[in-house]
Design a protein around this ligand. Structure first.
Ligand code: DCP
Length: 218
């Protein structure tokens, strides 16, 4: 809750791996009255000394279920975390976890149908029983070939084995969820930004979203 007990205007920042979600959140650090919640990747890399992200990429059939169930817990924690400001900006959400990542590993049979059913039941239970506020989704839209190059360049050790085909499939799932509105519920209006632009041009593109995000803060 914000200081005057009014719910914060809640924004999810979504987009493919390497689309610049963290950079987008950093752009908003200059403004007062915004709570920024970056994705808990570091928690996924170190849960009591275990690197779940690495385990998941090395042996998805064995670890994807465990990894996605921990992602759900950490995302739910972010959704439920109170914001003492009029605006709350979050990197990703329970929705992209379910509609993009879990959807992908269900479709390519990495998950056993029973494992998928358990993750899906958790998601439905949370949706029906725990309020998840969502007022706007900023979709950082990219081309798979561009984010693939960025992922290679940033060289996060766990992601070295990621093939272009995986990035293409995640792109399609984001598009089906946020643009084509196929199969999945979209919990808020979507603002689409061109996140293919390189760092020298992207600030102007990010600025296009300031009005919609900050108007609730003034
Ligand atoms: N991941 C996953 N399942 C999820 C969420 C993320 O397998 N439900 C993986 C994909 C990436 C890593 O976690 O290897 C982080 O992915 P994100 O796209 O969420 O974060 P990035 O750091 O890539 O974002 P950006 O580069 O846009 O800032």
């Amino acid at each position: 809750m914000s200081a005057n007990n009014v719910k914060p205007f809640t924004v999810f920042v979504e987009g493919n791996i390497g689309s610049g979600k963290t950079t987008f959140l950093e752009h908003f650090r200059q403004f007062e009255d915004i709570t920024l919640l970056t994705e808990p990747v570091e928690m996924w890399r170190d849960l009591k000394g275990c690197n779940l992200l690495e385990l998941m990429y090395k042996d998805p059939e064995k670890w994807a279920m465990t990894f996605q169930s921990y992602v759900s817990l950490t995302m739910l924690d972010m959704h439920r975390r109170p914001a003492p400001t009029p605006v709350k900006l979050m990197e990703r959400s329970l929705f992209s976890a379910r509609y993009c990542f879990v959807e992908h590993i269900m479709r390519n049979n990495t998950l056993h149908p029973a494992q998928f059913a358990v993750l899906d039941e958790w998601f439905r239970f949370i949706q029906h029983n725990i309020p998840i506020d969502a007022d706007l989704i900023v979709y950082l839209k990219t081309s798979p070939s561009i984010v693939y190059q960025r992922i290679k360049k940033r060289a996060r050790s766990e992601e070295q084995c990621v093939p272009l085909s995986y990035i293409e499939e995640l792109h399609r799932l984001h598009e089906d969820w946020l643009i084509n509105r196929i199969h999945a519920e979209c919990p808020a209006p979507v603002l689409v930004l061109d996140a293919d632009l390189d760092l020298s041009q992207i600030t102007d593109e990010y600025k296009r979203s300031e009005h919609q995000i900050l108007r609730k803060a003034v």
